[in-house]
Ligand binder design. Structure first.
Ligand code: TNX
Length: 500
């Protein structure tokens, strides 16, 4: 009897110890994780070390360790409690963004082949700290459970898109957004910078784009634009957090805001526009799509496109420019796409476009962004998955959520709809959640549409499909409610999640 009781207790405690839920919840789920025995406790002085190659991440580690209130002391590798190391030999195993994190009762070690990997090792360590870390100071005593993690992303492209054109979002919001992206290992921020309702990026050769087109917005939306200087500042901020900015100017349709200042880019008598919508120099504040376009027979249109692409290429660090290409019917469309794509290449970048561009025989370096998944392509390009029923974050978190769209999926796009996405496309390079802003007019509603669904985007992008499990994800996410609140994210209170 005694023996029986003893074995029940042993079995119970083993099960309990193996239950990951009593451990801090890491999102996205690491691809290899093993909780081991013991825990690491911070003492009043923390000795830390980084090898010279890892110096880029040093301040980030110091900032994290400072939240404990302990003294920090840089020491030799042998004496260190916490160490950061770059080891180029791990490149084939961990690729550029992977890392290893090993925690024992004595030591915390993060190793990666590159600084982007170390950055994510530090992010994982950050998620092992209590939620208070996000406000900069931890007041309660805590310890970190021993663990061994070897992790790298499933996809290289883990993105979010913000529609800046219908309603503008300022630098402060974008920087906050980048911080939040980084916490979940999202690494691509696509900015939709022009559409019928507004033009949001300064182009020096065509100043009326922002002087006029920067002043309008969708009804009740915010107007404004980024100067090239601000764009660079944002890009620098993003780069430090391993986020690449992808600027999009939507061509040759969705171009009304450009025509406001430069009506010469439209056909005679504006016959390429729908006069019921608007005629230059009037602004357009409605939400119809597919009614405006450039006059593609006019040489000046190509001068314009060449100038805009050249200036964008000049200020963009990343290798990509997004040229839009969606929702337009025109006999010159394919020819236009091919020319625009060539201009992008001439300026040293690769072009991305919405999936419709693959009706044209574009270069194989092209990347298409799928949103309906129904275009008959004539080229087999690499693909970013933004299929609307899984990734359109302007749709409701739940059915009938006020001020959301439902044209793609009438019940909205739930957290589970995002999470359950699996790409069947062998040329998929990743996923991107798209927040269109016809109905999103301020920071608070942007938060509500982007979070927590972008966290599901992050896990779809990072974790291997066979390791995903929705029930278990939702459990982990519940533990992040406090962290998101510390970060002042006005996330949607999804009923699918039991927020702790
Ligand atoms: C379709 S998807 C659009 C956008 C709209 C969005 C609204 C795509 C490439 N074009 O212009 O904002 O639907 O959900």
């Amino acid at each position: 009897m005694k023996l029986f009781f003893f074995s029940v207790v042993v079995v119970f405690s083993i099960t309990f110890n193996l239950n990951a839920q009593d451990k801090p919840a890491i999102i996205p789920k690491p691809n290899k994780i093993e909780w081991t025995d013991g825990e690491f406790q911070f003492s009043s002085t923390i000795n830390y070390y980084s090898n010279p190659e890892a110096d880029k991440n040093l301040t980030r580690l110091e900032d994290l360790l400072k939240t404990t209130g302990s003294e920090l002391q840089k020491t030799s590798e042998e004496e260190a409690h916490v160490s950061l190391k770059i080891d180029k030999n791990l490149a084939s195993k961990l690729s550029t963004e992977g890392y290893q994190l090993k925690i024992t009762s004595e030591k915390i070690e993060i190793i990666a082949a590159e600084n982007s990997g170390l950055f994510y090792g530090i992010i994982t360590l950050r998620q092992l700290f209590p939620a208070e870390v996000e406000s900069g100071k931890i007041t309660s005593a805590f310890h970190i459970p021993a663990v061994e993690i070897s992790d790298k992303p499933h996809y290289q492209w883990r993105g979010t898109m913000i529609d800046m054109a219908r309603s503008f979002f300022g630098l402060d919001y974008l920087k906050k957004h980048i911080d939040r992206m980084a916490l979940y290992k999202l690494n691509r921020l696509h900015l939709h910078l022009s559409d019928d309702q507004g033009w949001r990026i300064e182009i020096k050769k065509w100043p009326k784009l922002t002087e006029i087109g920067g002043q309008s917005a969708v009804k009740n939306g915010q107007s404004g634009f980024l100067t090239q200087q601000q764009f660079k500042e944002l890009q620098h901020y993003a780069k430090e957090r391993n986020v690449m900015i992808i600027p999009e100017v939507d061509l040759p349709g969705h171009t009304y805001a450009a025509l406001q200042g430069y009506p010469e880019l439209s056909c005679e008598n504006f016959s390429n526009l729908d006069p019921k919508r608007a005629t230059p120099p009037e602004a357009y504040d409605g939400v119809e799509v597919g009614w405006s376009k450039f006059c593609m027979e006019k040489p000046i249109v190509y001068e314009f496109v060449a100038d805009v692409i050249a200036e964008l290429a000049e200020i963009t660090d990343g290798p990509y420019l997004h040229i839009g290409g969606d929702e337009i019917e025109d006999e010159h469309y394919k020819e236009f796409v091919i020319k625009a794509e060539k201009l992008v290449r001439l300026n040293g970048k690769s072009a991305i476009g919405w999936e419709e561009v693959t009706q044209a025989k574009v270069d194989v370096s092209f990347i298409s962004q799928r949103w309906t998944g129904t275009t008959e392509s004539v080229v087999d390009t690499r693909v970013i998955e933004s299929i609307c029923k899984n990734f359109y974050l302007d749709h409701g978190n739940v059915p009938d959520q006020p001020n959301t769209y439902s044209w793609c999926k009438k019940d909205g796009v739930s957290l589970k709809n995002v999470y359950d996405f699996i790409s069947e496309n062998r040329k998929a390079i990743g996923v991107e959640g798209a927040m269109w802003s016809e109905l999103v007019h301020n920071d608070k509603s942007a938060d509500d549409r982007l979070w927590p669904r972008s966290i599901a985007v992050a896990e779809v992008g990072w974790t291997a499909p066979e390791k995903k499990n929705y029930t278990e994800f939702v459990d982990r996410l519940g533990w992040h409610g406090k962290r998101l609140s510390e970060l002042e994210v006005d996330f949607y209170n999804t009923p699918e999640v039991d927020w702790n």
